[in-house]
Design a protein around this ligand. Structure first.
Ligand SMILES: [Zn+2]
Length: 430
């Protein structure tokens, strides 16, 4: 049965069955039973969702002590399923996250990942250069198991500090598809610009993990690809797995949902933002129920997609999360809030700005009121930022992000959200 072509009523009825199965499991599960209210009367999709509170990714991160304490019970839950257990590695954070999956759940996710590669246009006659994407549910393992469904030729490139080597590997093996995070393309484009070269065999670039910015598209197409280079992406997160895929008819920021795997909601939060909330219908070892992904999204107004699929389409509008991506790596914003305390400066006298430089690097700027400028020590500041992401200085060496700048705070840096909260970080990248 292909979920993509089911009518709304058929889909709703199947979702209800899958959700009810998850509900029965989750109300006995040591990590979820305490946050689920008892449901009385008929159990329907609407009353399950109204009783289950949505949670944030950091809520699952805070489960670490509970996960360690309850691990033997969770492992017992898995025993009947006869599958290995995998503790998720943090990928970009480099430290283990407090989540775990059964091996079967990972392999099932790979199928949807592969479907996304196929609908993005990867075919049997393609040679696909892959660039070591971090985090468990989008790791090289997942990429290869996903790509096998397209029967293509896989050329693992990995991440290298030497763009010349990357370019010659792509040329030597005649790769015609790149599967890559947008930020990993920047050093390659810089090298191609400097050496006045082109990678002119590439037909398709499939991205994932971060938004492909319009200004970067121009730079990519000036150095990479045939005349009608196709740019497509897949949408997944390290907590929820594969969420969306693109057919030929959707725009670059829109995705059909893998509705067989994910129940997606868009709900308003206290700032009046439309937040993406995801329930994974196939995660039992560590259930993912009504998790806010940190993305702001809206339903596409397209009634029926020209591709014929009936699976719903979302448009991604931006990110809202404790973790932001800087240069493609996850950065913990909590570290930014600790800086004023460290230097004994009032928080009102500080702000952070993220913007794009002319050279297409991401520029991270610390704004400080002139009265306190002499209290800041640049080296200490950089060391502290490395606590937010250990690859921070590496990204700067690789020129993916520019050197940290310190500038004077002015009135335009004092910005408030709709709910009246001061916005400490102003992201001007989108
Ligand atoms: Zn479509």
């Amino acid at each position: 049965m292909d979920f993509d072509y089911l009518s709304l009523d058929e889909k709703r009825s199947l979702h209800q069955k899958l959700l009810y199965r998850l509900f029965l499991h989750a109300k006995c599960h040591p990590l979820t039973k305490n946050r689920l209210e008892q449901i009385e009367g008929t159990v329907t999709e609407a009353n399950i969702l109204s009783k289950w509170q949505h949670i944030l990714p950091e809520d699952t991160s805070d489960h670490k002590p509970l996960l360690i304490e309850q691990f033997s019970k969770i492992a017992t839950l898995n025993r009947d399923r006869g599958s290995a257990i995998v503790i998720s590695s943090g990928g970009t954070q480099g430290a283990p996250l407090s989540t775990c999956l059964s091996f079967d759940e990972i392999i099932n996710n790979c199928y949807f990942q592969g479907k996304g590669y196929f609908t993005a246009g990867i075919q049997q006659n393609h040679t696909v250069a892959t660039f070591g994407i971090p985090s468990l549910l989008s790791s090289e393992f997942t990429v290869y198991h996903g790509l096998k469904h397209t029967a293509c030729l896989i050329l693992p490139i990995g991440i290298s500090d030497d763009p010349e080597k990357i370019v010659s590997l792509i040329e030597d093996f005649a790769a015609n598809v790149l599967l890559v995070m947008p930020s990993d393309l920047i050093p390659i484009i810089q090298y191609l610009d400097a050496s006045n070269k082109k990678l002119d065999r590439i037909k398709l670039i499939v991205t994932g993990g971060e938004k492909l910015r319009e200004d970067l598209v121009e730079r990519i197409t000036s150095r990479i690809g045939i005349e009608n280079l196709k740019l497509r992406s897949t949408f997944q997160t390290s907590d929820t797995g594969s969420i969306g895929f693109q057919c030929d008819s959707v725009k670059t920021d829109a995705y059909h949902i893998h509705e067989e795997l994910q129940l997606v909601e868009i709900i308003k939060d206290e700032d009046d933002d439309n937040c993406l909330v995801v329930t994974n219908l196939n995660r039992y070892l560590f259930p993912v129920i009504r998790l806010k992904t940190g993305d702001i999204a809206e339903w596409a107004d397209m009634k029926e997609c020209p591709c014929g699929r009936k699976s719903r389409i979302i448009k991604l509008k931006g990110r809202k999360s404790r973790y932001i991506k800087i240069g493609g790596e996850k950065f913990d914003q909590e570290v930014l809030h600790s800086i004023p305390f460290l230097f004994k400066i009032p928080i009102e006298a500080c702000a952070w700005r993220l913007r794009i430089t002319n050279g297409n690097q991401e520029e991270f700027v610390f704004k400080i009121h002139s009265d306190y400028r002499n209290k800041i020590n640049g080296d200490t500041l950089k060391n502290e930022l490395n606590k937010g992401n250990s690859k921070f200085s590496h990204q700067s060496t690789m020129k993916i992000i520019s050197e940290l700048k310190i500038e004077e705070l002015n009135s335009s840096d004092v910005v408030y959200s709709a709910s009246g909260k001061r916005k400490f970080l102003i992201d001007e990248r989108t």
